[in-house]
Design a protein around this ligand. Structure first.
Ligand code: FE2
Length: 571
């Protein structure tokens, strides 16, 4: 009513209305504190001499963009991620810190919540919903039911993260059922993950109250899920890019758009710099034929409607939190200004809001609980002259297959064969520091290096080492032990590249640019050495991931996923 005057009025806005899907010229927007008070042709009643009035000169003004599902417990701290993401016009992130929890349990979850607080970007969190992937083999930490009940009382926690082992739902796993009930009883959202599910299994999954999925890789999967009442997050991130396949068919089919969103599922620092974030999804979709206003609506309003937060966020209207971006044109959406809660956080393409560095406690920087390695730790003994070895054959960085190859022995130890493109691969339990470990063989890696080691691996976070000789494998493992986590490439007794990931062995405490350059070096060193795959960091990342077929390795052994059985490295 103008009884209380605005702190800020934006004049001459071309308002992107996600409620009516129209551009409304010459709109004025009044902001009081962190909320919008007035949207219309004349805000003069809200202005007094103390009100800041900004003429945006006909530029487009839209709600901030949202990533409704991503893992920001990767590569860089949330504060570093926020700096890049805000420049892309993203004002809200829905974080699923599954790997932090797998390493550091509930204590790690609480610590990660603190890292997301008081930043100039909104970070909402979910309790990771899929750990452990398979209790028979997995060592990963998780939250107990009572910890989940406590966690959802935190104001930033909005529900349960991707329940990716969908068989735990269809087979009514007891803890999973109790967890789902707790969430539903408390009005929380449960994110889904239904790769490979269809028909009666998908129906059963949806009936449990899980209403979203970000796994469809084609339009048929999108349509089947929409028809069952689900919401779809179309994924465009570092793990997969599905826009090109899905958007054209959404358009040709004339699909109802109100239950579609974009999500990244996680972005590495190189991709975030090269492509951008949700702004990239909007621009790509526009290129594929989607109307700009529809793309912006999918990237804002739809996400908050899905999370039942539409009364506070998602559009520019009275009563809503003032998360607003300003940009020049509807095709190359490049925000010149970003407001979060009415505060200017980006101006002329730079962050203008201070971001305080947070203290990371030392306990979470000490998670590689292993003794010093020697070459002997990587030996595979045999009394035979030749053995038939079972190998994990890499078909892509992610897809594996069981294979077999004859290998020679020397002094009672089975030798890998770089000539046959057969390497050793080892997994050690670095989280609990138990003696659980295994050494086996990996085929089709191709890189002429001594060893490649990583402490970041979905969602076991074992120490994984791939190598051509035992001494380089020991050096790579010891390098990560010394740094308390990261990725390292070693050749002939020398460290060729290193990406330290000091926090829980999965997140670096270094600045974004340094992490980005270290990460680039890791992949370049391996690719330049002849690796058959362009993104080799994904190999140790996915090797222990039990939610995928066919052969996986983790500290408890080499696993045939379908048969849920162990495989010996040699026969
Ligand atoms: Fe995910």
């Amino acid at each position: 009513m103008g009884d209380k005057k605005a702190d800020l009025v934006l004049k001459n806005c071309s308002l992107v209305s996600v409620y009516t899907r129209e551009i409304i010229p010459k709109t004025q927007i009044s902001i009081v504190g962190d909320r919008i008070a007035y949207v219309g042709p004349d805000a003069s009643h809200t202005i007094n001499p103390k009100t800041a009035v900004m003429d945006v000169k006909g530029k487009y003004v839209s709600p901030g963009f949202v990533d409704p599902h991503l893992h920001i417990d990767q590569f860089v701290l949330p504060s570093e991620f926020a700096k890049k993401s805000l420049l892309c016009g993203v004002t809200s992130l829905f974080s699923d810190p599954i790997d932090i929890v797998s390493v550091a349990g509930y204590k790690g979850f609480q610590e990660f919540l603190k890292l997301g607080e008081n930043l100039p970007i909104r970070i909402f969190q979910v309790v990771p919903g899929g750990l452990p992937v398979d209790r028979k083999f997995s060592n990963s930490k998780t939250l107990s039911l009572s910890q989940e009940k406590t966690a959802i009382k935190h104001p930033d926690v909005v529900g349960l993260g991707e329940v990716f082992s969908w068989t735990k739902v269809t087979l009514r796993d007891s803890k999973t059922m109790k967890s789902l009930s707790t969430m539903l009883d408390n009005g929380c959202i449960i994110n889904g993950h239904t790769a490979g599910a269809s028909g009666k299994k998908l129906n059963a999954y949806v009936s449990s109250g899980i209403l979203s999925c970000h796994e469809p890789t084609n339009f048929d999967q999108v349509l089947e899920r929409l028809r069952l009442g689900m919401w779809i997050m179309i994924r465009e991130g570092s793990i997969r890019r599905d826009l090109k396949e899905i958007i054209p068919k959404v358009l040709s089919h004339g699909t109802y758009l109100d239950r579609l969103m974009f999500c990244s599922d996680g972005l590495d620092p190189l991709d975030l710099t090269k492509y951008g974030h949700i702004d990239h999804c909007i621009k790509e979709s526009i290129k594929l034929g989607l109307q700009p206003i529809d793309a912006i609506t999918m990237a804002s309003k739809n996400c908050f409607d899905y999370y039942n937060m539409g009364k506070d966020l998602g559009g520019i209207a009275p009563g809503k939190l003032a998360d607003i971006i300003i940009f020049n044109n509807l095709k190359s959406i490049k925000p010149s200004k970003v407001f979060v809660g009415g505060k200017l956080v980006v101006s002329n393409g730079s962050i203008v809001s201070p971001i305080k560095k947070k203290v990371i406690p030392s306990w979470i920087k000490n998670t590689v609980k292993l003794k010093k390695f020697s070459s002997k730790d990587f030996e595979i003994k045999s009394k035979k002259n030749k053995v038939q070895a079972n190998t994990i054959l890499m078909q892509t960085e992610i897809i594996t297959k069981l294979s077999s190859v004859e290998l020679e022995t020397s002094s009672g130890s089975v030798l890998p064969s770089p000539d046959k493109d057969v390497w050793k691969v080892a997994a050690f339990d670095r989280i609990h520091g138990t003696k659980n470990h295994v050494v086996g063989f990996l085929e089709n890696f191709g890189a002429d290096i001594g060893a490649f080691a990583s402490t970041w691996s979905f969602h076991e976070n074992d120490l994984i080492i791939i190598g051509s000789n035992d001494s380089d494998m020991a050096l790579a493992a010891n390098t990560l032990r010394k740094n308390q986590g990261g990725l390292a490439v070693v050749k002939s007794g020398k460290i060729k590249s290193l990406l330290p990931l000091q926090m829980a062995g999965i997140v670096s405490t270094d600045p974004f640019e340094k992490v980005s350059s270290n990460f680039e070096q890791i992949n370049n060193t391996i690719v330049d050495s002849g690796c058959k795959f362009s993104r080799p960091h994904l190999i140790p990342l996915f090797l222990p991931f039990l939610a995928l077929p066919s052969i996986r390795i983790l500290s408890r052994g080499i696993i045939d996923v379908k048969n849920r059985s162990y495989i010996n490295p040699i026969n």
